[in-house]
Design a protein around this ligand. Sequence first.
Ligand code: SAH
Ligand code: SF4
Length: 386
Amino acid sequence: MVAHLAVYGCQQNQADGDRLRGFLLEMGYALTDDRGEADLVVLVTCAVRKHAETKLLGHLGTYLHGGKPGRKVVLCGCMAQREEIRELLRKRYKQVSLSFGPADLGRFPIYLRRLEAEGGRHIITSPDTAPIEEGLPVARVIDPELNRANVTIMTGCDNFCSYCVVPYVRGRERSRAPEAVLAEVRGLVEETETPEYDTQNRTFTADRTREIWLLGQNVNSYKPDFPDLLRACGSLDGDFSIRFMTSHPRDAGTRLFEVMARTPHIAPFLHLPVQSGSGAVLKAMNRGYTRTEYLEKIRAAKAVIPGLTLTSDVMVGFPGETEQDFMDTLSLLEEVRFAKLFTFQYSPRAGTPAGEWPQTVSQGEMKERFLRLLEVQKRIEEESGG
Ligand code: SAH
Ligand code: SF4
């Protein structure tokens, strides 16, 4: 049996994809890049913005026709945990035989075996407090140029930013045991533990992994303690560097910055999503920090970590965002001068508080602000020689 795995969305989804790939290989599937020859198609999806969902649903339509007879489609990832989407799958997208949410990743083999044995359709609502399972297989696709490997250190989110669907689809925050994370990182460093899938040769090799990313929605609330975990991982011997994502500005502090500065293998790199430069918007977003506090953290990080590279996420068009609020975002960009920015146009999500609020910024205004934002950031990057 041959499976095709396609991952959409963030790095966390990529990491989930590595696990699903591990399961598939363990269950005896071969993997293919060509979905035309696949008996099983597994889609890891994103629900952060409506656009991502609409695109995926359009794409899903193409699975109706062609392909191998009897081909089965599995939909997992954040979209699969949204009630609205499950309803659509039940009624319209009958080509999907199995769907389950990201909190339930460890049960994939059970679900898949059941599908193989019984056939039919299984549209599953995953529990949002499923315990984190250790010892799951991982099969990474290492891009030889990036030489990057993701390690999930926690799942879920308890922050409930007012615009964000993640806490609803990924469930409550749960941390992996530090020993398990450390063992996985050590395996990647020592090239011994984790089989890695070499895309070019389509064989398993123990390719050396140099850039290791510790992943979670808010790594700073990792339990028992993120700076300790970072120090332990970054103190291993070997030729590698560690980065992490995402740090919530509210919870990032001097201890983190000091560990970054003092631990040998931690890259001087910090992704600190600000979302907006306006205090009023930050408050409405339920971000838990003010503009001043954010800038203070940036100053502290720069002071402690030599050669620090900063990146961020910024959103425009949040309900209530005025021209002045938007100007405050631009002025924050000028002040911090991020090396790279991930930019988003606000998308109302059902089930989130902001999803119920009137959208005060028209599509036209949103687009216009978005272009101005890109313009400013482009100039900053050019001036910095980036
Ligand atoms: N946990 C991370 C982000 C996860 S989502 C953090 O707290 O930063 C990644 C990014 O998507 C967010 O930083 C935000 O900028 C964007 N995003 C989330 N929900 C969105 C929405 N409803 N509309 C537009 N962008 C959104
Ligand atoms: Fe979403 Fe906020 Fe959690 Fe990030 S911290 S995943 S933006 S709720």
